[in-house]
Design a protein around this ligand. Structure first.
Ligand code: SF4
Length: 203
């Protein structure tokens, strides 16, 4: 099994990354080029630790009791964690079943990379950026055809209590009407309204 390429492990997080107390594992690499990337410095510094699933588990296990008592666990973010989805799926087999495993993703990956983690073992926090192809292209530098397909697959597969889809207000890119249009398009794909969150990026 390939090793994880890890940028950072951030312990004792609450509220932002899933249920309970979580440790955020920031994984290296991202296919998008968002101008307001909050992880730009981390990604650019490229200080990567390569570790096996067992090594990562040993590092995270220090917080086992916090995870158990709060219903928390581990959140894989990045970068784009689905670039390392096979390692994440293998990690899920190793770690205690009580740990919540959450994936924070843009879903901007080929479907083969989504498939290994498309099980009820995982929760998903998806930042969709924008559903409109032209806005998405201008903000991320990529097309969103596959991303939209992945949203549909996720919605058809994962229980609604295990995912949220965020559509942000992005300064200079999306305002009220663009976010409202994204919400409409997400609903057309079958995303329940309560699973759609709007929030604002800070420039
Ligand atoms: S998807 Fe996330 S990590 Fe990747 S460039 Fe955009 S903001 Fe940065």
């Amino acid at each position: 099994m390939d090793k994880f390429s890890v940028l950072a492990v951030n312990r004792h997080r609450m509220k932002n990354d899933g249920r309970g107390i979580t440790s955020l594992v920031a994984l290296a690499g991202c296919p998008l080029s968002c101008p307001y990337c909050i992880n730009r410095e981390l990604l650019a510094a490229n200080r990567i630790s390569h570790m096996t699933g067992e090594e990562l588990l040993a590092q995270l296990a220090i917080d086992h009791c916090y995870f158990l008592y709060t219903g928390g666990g581990v959140t894989f973010g990045g970068g784009e964690p689905l670039l390392q989805s096979r390692q994440i799926a293998a990690f899920a087999e190793l770690c205690p079943p009580e740990w919540n495993l959450t994936i924070e993703t843009s879903l901007a990956v080929p479907e083969e990379l989504l498939a290994p983690v498309l099980t009820q073992r995982f929760s998903f926090i998806v930042d969709i950026k924008a559903m409109q192809p032209e806005i998405y292209r201008s903000y991320t530098g990529k097309e969103n055809t596959q991303t939209v397909r992945n949203v549909k697959t996720l919605v058809e597969t994962i229980a609604p209590e295990n995912y949220v889809i965020k559509t942000p207000y992005i300064p200079d890119y999306t305002g009220e009407s663009e976010v409202a249009a994204s919400v409409r398009l997400l609903k057309q794909l079958g995303v329940p309204e309560k699973n759609i969150l709007t929030f604002s990026y800070i420039k």
